[in-house]
Ligand binder design. Structure first.
Ligand SMILES: Nc1ncnc2c1ncn2[C@@H]1O[C@H](COP(=O)(O)OP(=O)(O)OP(=O)(O)O)[C@@H](O)[C@H]1O
Ligand SMILES: [Mg+2]
Length: 515
């Protein structure tokens, strides 16, 4: 990617945050953090889950208020008390959970964000500006399309367009690439370069060290709420170095290759399954595969090619139109989610906050969601809070969930810790099939490693695992076999010995089929 050198002159600082402090009950999320952003640069903000990255960006975007610290925009001290204040300083944030109105069109969403709208809206001129701006950035966005029709990658571009058309010059992007496929990431990073070439300043929160080395000009590392280093040029560092800055120690390479062969005990048999997607079209077509005890079968593919529907079908959340599903010898073709659970399914859904946990309930309650009907938590006349707490304490300790208390709402946990909580709950009872969708999305290196180790431990214990992921590194390091989904069909199958990145990539793009 060709780079145009950003301003190296510290005088070209567009934003300076000095001594930022933000506390939440029981934790200092930002402890005197400094952060600067120069004109025309991409400044990466990195750190482990819960390090305080989102909190720092939220203070700049006016979503949260600092307790101490000062913010300068173009050398002027400013008070940012609300998103409107941030807007007036030319600052816009694209949050990780995108905030578009799905039932409206792209143009309508953009119009919602515009300032000084007249009582009569000139749709054609808004649509024209969207098209123009899209062309400049190399986006392919139809202003008349409804947001629900767009892929996540396209929605992200709409969020960016919306921020730009409001006149933002300072962009805060919180893990923008976590939900994109490798191809989309490439396009996205290229468009960031175009923006900085126009003098835009970009703060980029990301766990993907590869893309940071590739795109960022400088980086700042947070660890447990404190700034470890601030504004170091990326040119002089490697991914390994970045990783050790983040965790404060060297990270060893995993050695998942020492593996015993899988058994021939069949746990899951999916036979010629067809199912429809939300829009009524066929989303899964002639899908057949088996998963054996003690093996990890990977499902690769660009998201939107049937992965979500497959996960729904295998957890009893979506009916199939034809075919047969057998789990541990039980016919579960038309079973309810509860029957899947009883047959031995553990499920780590793609969306932690809406499907994986009840964010308003406490940690202890979330951990008990699948076991509260049984003793010792279930008592004759209700639930034993005491048993619930001691059960939760044990799981929180075993799975290293970093939390202030067992009574805090699960929604307050950082992404990585929430994922650990869900895994802890799912693995807290005897299971035979582990179904995991994008289990390490948005997690830092240490948390990812931790979860991979847990998967390998389950494999060793004889659990059959179906791992749906877009991350080829993850798939090739963990899986015994791989299937590739494209437009709802299995287009290729690979054994561990035949894992070739290029061939898998081509199958994901639908270019090559071998199934
Ligand atoms: N609204 C809140 N109430 C209570 N605690 C919070 C709240 N928001 C964040 N925290 C806590 O503050 C700390 C920093 O959280 P933050 O979301 O900034 O981390 P992060 O670096 O963005 O992590 P991740 O990589 O997982 O997104 C965490 O311990 C988190 O639990
Ligand atoms: Mg965050």
């Amino acid at each position: 990617m060709n780079r145009i050198a950003p301003s190296a002159d510290p005088k070209d600082t567009t934003v300076a945050m000095r001594g930022m402090v933000k506390r939440f009950p029981g934790i200092v999320a930002n402890d005197h953090v400094d952060f600067t952003l120069r004109r025309g640069e991409v400044h990466a903000l990195i750190g482990e889950n819960g390090a305080g990255k989102t909190t720092l960006m939220n203070m700049l975007a006016g979503v949260q208020r600092p307790e101490e610290g000062e913010i300068f925009v173009h050398d002027k001290s400013v008070q940012i008390r609300s998103p409107r204040d941030a807007d007036q300083c030319g600052i816009a944030m694209v949050h990780q959970e995108l905030m578009l109105a799905e039932a409206l069109t792209v143009a309508e969403n953009v119009a919602l964000g515009l300032r000084n709208l007249k009582w009569q809206i000139h749709w054609s001129s808004i649509e024209r500006s969207i098209e123009e701006q899209s062309r400049v950035l190399g986006f392919d966005i139809d202003p008349r399309a409804y947001v629900w029709q767009l892929s996540i990658g396209q929605r992200q571009r709409v969020e960016l367009l919306r921020a730009l058309m409001r006149g933002a010059r300072i962009l805060l992007l919180d893990e923008p690439t976590a939900v994109l496929s490798p191809h989309e990431i490439h396009q996205f990073l290229a468009s960031l370069r175009r923006l900085t070439a126009q003098g835009m300043s970009i703060a980029l929160v990301s766990h993907k060290l590869e893309e940071i080395v590739q795109i960022a000009d400088r980086f700042t590392v947070l660890r447990k709420g404190r700034g470890v280093v601030s504004g170091v040029p990326t040119a002089s560092t490697s991914q390994t170095e970045l990783a050790s800055w983040m965790v404060g120690q060297k990270i060893d390479k995993p050695c998942h290759d020492v593996r015993s062969p899988a058994s021939d005990v069949e746990v899951l048999d999916v036979h010629d399954v067809h199912a429809c997607g939300d829009k009524g079209f066929e989303a899964l077509c002639h899908v057949s595969f088996k998963v054996f005890a003690g093996e990890i079968l990977g499902v690769a593919g660009v998201s939107g090619n049937g992965q979500r529907e497959l996960a729904d079908v295998l957890s009893g959340m979506r009916p199939i139109t034809s075919g047969r599903i057998t789990l541990c010898g039980n016919d579960v073709t038309h079973a309810t989610p509860a029957r899947f659970l009883r047959a031995g399914l553990a499920y780590i859904p793609e969306n932690r906050r809406t499907q994986g946990a009840v964010t308003s309930l406490s940690l202890a309650e979330n951990l008990a969601l699948k076991t509260y009907r049984q003793p010792p938590i279930a008592k004759r006349w209700g639930l034993s809070r005491k048993e619930m707490r001691s059960f939760a304490r044990r799981l929180v300790d075993t799975f290293h969930v970093q939390a202030v208390s067992l009574q805090q709402p699960a929604g307050h946990l950082s992404g990585g810790n929430l994922q650990r909580l869900i895994l802890a709950r799912e693995l807290s009872r005897p299971i035979s099939l582990l179904l995991a969708a994008q289990p390490t999305r948005g997690l830092d290196i240490a948390a990812t490693r931790n979860i991979h180790d847990l998967f390998m431990a389950q494999r060793k214990a004889g659990v059959a695992t179906l791992l749906i992921s877009e991350d080829l590194d993850e798939l090739s390091s963990l899986c015994d076999r791989l299937i590739v989904l494209f437009r709802g069909r299995i287009v290729a199958r690979f054994d561990r010995a035949s894992f070739h990145r290029d061939a898998i990539g081509r199958a994901m793009a639908g270019i090559e089929t071998s199934a």
